[in-house]
Design a protein around this ligand. Structure first.
Ligand code: ARG
Length: 586
């Protein structure tokens, strides 16, 4: 089903285009106040000048030519030239029936023509355990991948890439430290075991920070790695496996859609870096500056008006983060055949990606049809507005954070539902704790810094995961109470009656699910979905307070049960796309 809003926009735009004689787009928005109808078109006004008429006059001419009679009542012109549109009752009931008859997609069309898309997310720097700084990319990227996958209906066209930092000095440091402290591993570098990578990393880092000679060795080991020298390379691989194993535990606990098959770290591009530099040279884009190889692009000037170069090779021959990203763009376009590449990182990397994208385009590596998109997000702060850290000042490990979330949810469950069997309590605690962490992150506008607050994210009231999960469970309990098995396949528009404004508002909101999912897929702003779900559940509450369900007479009872069913399905599908579990009981 094409979203109602899209149909309205398309039809009004085509009338406008005809009248004006050049392409013109109308903007249609859902209204907040029923006295303006359900939708309002307001792109018409700006176009009036072109016809040397006033906006109201133009709106009148548009409405004369417009045929929306299959969807809307007669359009009304309001104020200076808004067009107010009210969807016909028959259209609402027919569309709701179609939604209920389409339980897998709930009215969201598939877009098999959508581009092959790479989503680069999570991508932690390895060797250390994942900490709170990695959480947003992991959660947001996962949701973007899920939604795009759902929209295309072709999972194989969404390619997840975990661009882990597995090739930096931190690994040279670990290898050097291992060689120093456990020289015996040189005899069997594949089989050594590290009891606690975190502790080992800390000790190595201490040596690195305080011991000049050791630091030199660490750099030397990094060079050895990049030259693929054994046994350094074998030791590196063992560290890498151990470190990825830790990440995978976090991914599994979080329930994000990342597995080993999605990892393609920086090291994978090692062989391609020299070519990146020489191809930039061939394109005439390379300049030496203080011994380093740089690309100067006019767009990037500092405050003094000097161009800030993108450095692709240091004077000692080492390649940089940007060089790897350039190689990765080429790989993704040439080998993976991607025509949309999405990067999910924090906002501190805005400039990095802007430079890398510009450079790759200038070098001619990015066909015009390929879109490169950076999705930046703000940092995680504590309730005091400072960077979110443990009391010791260290960054908080993700594993510990997730365990705490589940423990806190567990105590809420114990409070509310002490008599549930233990395994059910544990299952609820997991879904609620992890769901709360994800939902809180996703529901904040991406560009803002995000304030981490246990109390807020676990609240049963407000725009939170527990509230949404509870809304779902409550609807399920209506069906349990009424002992009702509803059969979708038998529903027809005649089964739906609209007798109260609250029913109408609820249906109208349910029918926006496809619009919201398409918008999120396009704009990559997951909070639009959380805002929508919250709105939906509030509209459901209004309906449920105004309209008795189980106690009403037939045929109203069946109609209202169908509204309950549709609401539960949309909440479940929405939460599912956010990677959040629903519960039958809570
Ligand atoms: N490893 C990087 C970091 O932790 C993020 C990588 C993002 N992806 C990319 N292709 N650069 O900051």
């Amino acid at each position: 089903m094409k979203p109602i809003i899209t149909q309205l926009e398309e039809r009004i735009s085509s009338v406008l285009t005809e009248l004006i004689g050049e392409p013109a787009a109308a903007v249609v928005k859902p209204t907040q106040d029923p006295k303006f109808g359900d939708y309002q078109a307001n792109g018409v006004m700006g176009q009036a000048k072109k016809l040397k008429t006033n906006p109201r006059e133009l709106a009148t001419r548009v409405v004369e030519k417009l045929d929306l009679s299959d969807i809307c009542e007669t359009p009304e012109i309001a104020g200076p030239g808004f067009i107010n549109l009210r969807v016909k009752t028959e259209y609402l009931t027919a569309s709701l029936t179609a939604l209920l008859n389409d339980p897998d997609r709930l009215g969201v069309d598939t877009h098999p023509e959508a581009p092959v898309t790479v989503v680069d997310f999570s991508s932690p720097n390895l060797a250390k355990e994942m900490h709170v700084g990695h959480i947003r990319s992991t959660i947001i990227g996962d949701v973007i991948a899920r939604i795009l996958e759902f929209l295309t209906g072709k999972p194989e066209s969404i390619i997840r890439q975990n661009h882990v930092g597995d090739w930096g000095t931190q690994f040279g440091m670990l290898v050097a430290y291992l060689k120093q402290t456990h020289p015996e591993v040189l005899d069997q570098p594949e089989s050594f075991e590290i009891a606690d990578l975190g502790v080992f990393y800390q000790q190595a880092k201490l040596a690195f920070d305080n011991d000049e000679a050791f630091r030199k060795q660490a750099y030397q080991e990094t060079v050895n790695l990049h030259r693929h020298h054994d046994p350094s390379l074998k030791i590196w691989r063992a560290f890498l496996n151990e470190s990825m194993h830790h990440c995978q535990q976090v991914y599994d606990k979080l329930g994000v859609t990342l597995g080993p098959e999605h990892t393609r770290g920086e090291s994978a591009y090692g062989e391609l870096l020299a070519n990146v530099v020489s191809d930039l040279d061939k394109a005439g884009m390379l300049k030496e500056s203080n011994g380093a190889q740089c690309v100067f692009m006019d767009k990037f000037k500092n405050r003094d008006g000097e161009i800030q170069p993108l450095i692709v090779q240091k004077s000692d021959g080492a390649f940089l983060y940007a060089t790897t990203d350039l190689a990765a763009i080429r790989y993704r376009i040439d080998q993976l055949k991607a025509t949309r590449i999405i990067y999910v990182t924090d906002a501190r990397q805005i400039q990095h990606f802007d430079m890398v994208f510009t450079c790759a385009r200038q070098a001619g590596w990015v066909p015009p049809a390929v879109s490169l998109e950076h999705v930046p997000f703000g940092s995680v702060q504590g309730e005091d507005g400072k960077p979110f850290k443990a009391r010791s000042g260290e960054s908080i490990k993700l594993k510990a954070l997730l365990n705490e979330a589940v423990e806190r949810a567990q105590s809420i469950v114990e409070d509310k539902n002490p008599d549930l069997p233990e395994n059910e309590k544990a299952q609820i605690a997991h879904a609620v704790g992890i769901g709360a962490v994800k939902y809180a992150d996703l529901s904040s506008n991406l560009v803002n810094d995000y304030i981490f607050s246990w109390d807020r994210m676990l609240a049963m009231e407000g725009n939170t995961a527990p509230y949404m999960q509870y809304s779902y469970a409550r609807i399920q309990s209506i069906f349990r109470k009424g002992d009702i098995e509803q059969d979708h396949s038998s529903i027809t528009p005649d089964n739906i009656s609209i007798t109260d404004p609250a029913e109408r508002t609820l249906i109208r909101t349910l029918l926006r699910f496809n619009e919201i999912i398409e918008t999120v897929g396009h704009d990559l702003r997951p909070h639009l979905l959380t805002t929508y779900l919250f709105d939906l559940s509030q509209n459901f509450n209004t309906f449920y307070n105004a309209c008795p369900v189980l106690k009403s007479e037939e045929p109203l009872r069946t109609s209202r049960l169908f509204l309950c069913r549709a609401t539960a399905s949309v909440i479940q599908a929405g939460l599912n796309l956010l990677g959040i579990e629903t519960l039958e009981k809570m």
